[in-house]
Design a protein around this ligand. Structure first.
Ligand SMILES: *Cc1c(COP(=O)(O)O)cnc(C)c1O
Length: 426
């Protein structure tokens, strides 16, 4: 894989290079199956003795092209698309952590991921310790157990917008012999490439900025190829010991740097089947072609909106790391010098009820569950995405009850600000 091209070029050209007479645009391979001439050829594919397409649940050329583009954007060795961001985070963890395993996870993360970990994966026998990402390394080290298999966090957390000290988390994970898994949905590889700071696995909800047009739910897992599973053999038997479902192959021996992502594809995807449809992969790819342009505009607009809000006396507080007053301003400058994302959070004087009244008066900004869309969108997490959480869990997840999540789109900033102004004054 080429890693030398610049990000804008990869957005446009990555993953698919047509040969003479082939379609200029990535085709949608709307086919469940692929043809072979002999029974033996097909048999070799099932034994992983040969590579090739045979069934879309395992691999599809449209999906693979999009996965390759995202892998190149992140600087990884391989990637796999999933049906959603939820599936991506589930597979990313379950690929290396089974019943009896433990994960150290940052507490301020997406509500869906928090529920996945804290409720559903606990039912499968996985254990989690949620930590304050701003705590000292000594404090964070206390969360590790002998059965810890991974550390999980978000680059910029949804919706609390905590900026992660990635190097600190990578150091902690590696000194305990486990990989750092980063959900890079909000920053996107345009603004942050976590592998360059020591992360080992990156996940995405491609539903957000990558699609960018609110058309296709999807997810992705990217493998840096950097984590040495063999060096921590006893922790990762799924990768370093024979897989009975493939006549005893050992992923690290057979696939080297691609061990993790190959296992996720040929074992987890084969058995659990949360594939992205080729149609959705095609739409995701159209979104990716303008990701570098859109992220720049999202960040510019968000900065203007954040500055407007900070100077408005009806606003109680604003959280956006682009503001000099922000707690995470320095970390954001280090890890994301070109901006973090287009999402801002803020609260109004008058609290929760006033926040809801304000949202109902917005005209250009729409109340939708979605975030990171080209259209400005707004949500009240305590009433919507995080509604299942108790008041205590809300605070732990960094979600104040009056928090408004404002996802600044790529319309003209003046119009977005005018809409906010009329809703504040209504
Ligand atoms: C939305 C989101 C997810 C879940 O993704 P879906 O595509 O909705 O399943 C995971 N992580 C983050 C940070 C998200 O914003």
């Amino acid at each position: 894989m080429e890693n030398k091209r610049n990000l804008g070029t990869i957005c446009i050209q990555g993953g698919y290079t047509p040969k003479k007479g082939e379609a200029r645009v990535l085709p949608i391979y709307q086919s469940t199956t692929f043809k072979y001439d002999t029974s033996e050829q097909m048999g070799k594919l099932f034994d992983l003795e040969d590579t090739g397409y045979f069934y879309t649940r395992l691999q599809n050329p449209t999906n693979d092209a999009v996965a390759a583009k995202i892998a190149e954007l992140e600087g990884g060795v391989g990637a796999m698309l999933t049906s959603s961001g939820q599936a991506a985070n589930f597979y990313a963890i379950f690929n290396i952590c089974e019943q009896g395993g433990h994960v150290v996870a940052s507490a301020p993360i997406y509500g869906g991921t928090f529920n996945l970990f804290n409720v559903t994966l606990r039912k499968l026998g996985l254990d989690f310790t949620f930590v304050d990402p701003d705590a000292s390394e000594e404090e964070l080290a206390k969360a590790f157990k002998p059965n810890t298999k991974a550390v999980f966090a978000e680059t910029v957390s949804n919706p609390s917008l905590v900026v992660l000290d990635i190097e600190k988390f990578a150091r902690l994970a590696h000194s305990h012999g486990v990989p750092l898994v980063i959900d890079n949905t909000f920053a996107t590889p345009i603004n942050c490439r976590p592998f360059e700071w020591g992360a080992d696995i990156v996940t995405h909800s491609t539903t957000k900025y990558m699609d960018g047009h609110a058309m296709a739910v999807g997810g992705c897992i990217v493998d840096s190829g950097n984590f040495d599973w063999e060096a921590n053999k006893e922790k990762f038997p799924g990768l370093t010991e024979p897989d009975d479902s493939y006549h005893g192959i050992v992923y690290t021996e057979k696939f080297g740097k691609l061990a993790y992502i190959t296992k996720a594809t040929v074992q987890l995807m084969r058995d659990l089947g949360s594939i992205q449809s080729p149609q959705n992969a095609f739409l995701t790819n159209v979104g990716l072609e303008t990701l570098h342009l859109r992220m720049k505009r999202h960040c510019e607009n968000a900065q203007k909106v954040a500055e407007y809000l900070e100077n408005n006396d009806k606003v109680a507080w604003v959280n956006y790391s682009g503001l000099k007053s922000n707690k995470y301003h320095e970390l954001a400058k280090k890890y994301m010098p070109n901006g973090t994302c287009g999402v801002i959070s803020f609260g109004l004087k008058g609290g929760r009820d006033e926040s809801i009244r304000f949202m109902d008066n917005l005209k250009l900004a729409a109340i939708v569950t979605h975030v990171a869309d080209s259209r400005t969108s707004v949500l009240h997490p305590a009433s919507h995405t995080h509604r299942q959480l108790t008041e205590e869990q809300l605070i732990e997840a960094g979600v104040q009850p009056d928090l408004i999540r404002f996802s600044v789109g790529i319309e003209d900033a003046e119009d977005i600000i005018a809409d906010i102004e009329q809703a504040l004054n209504a």
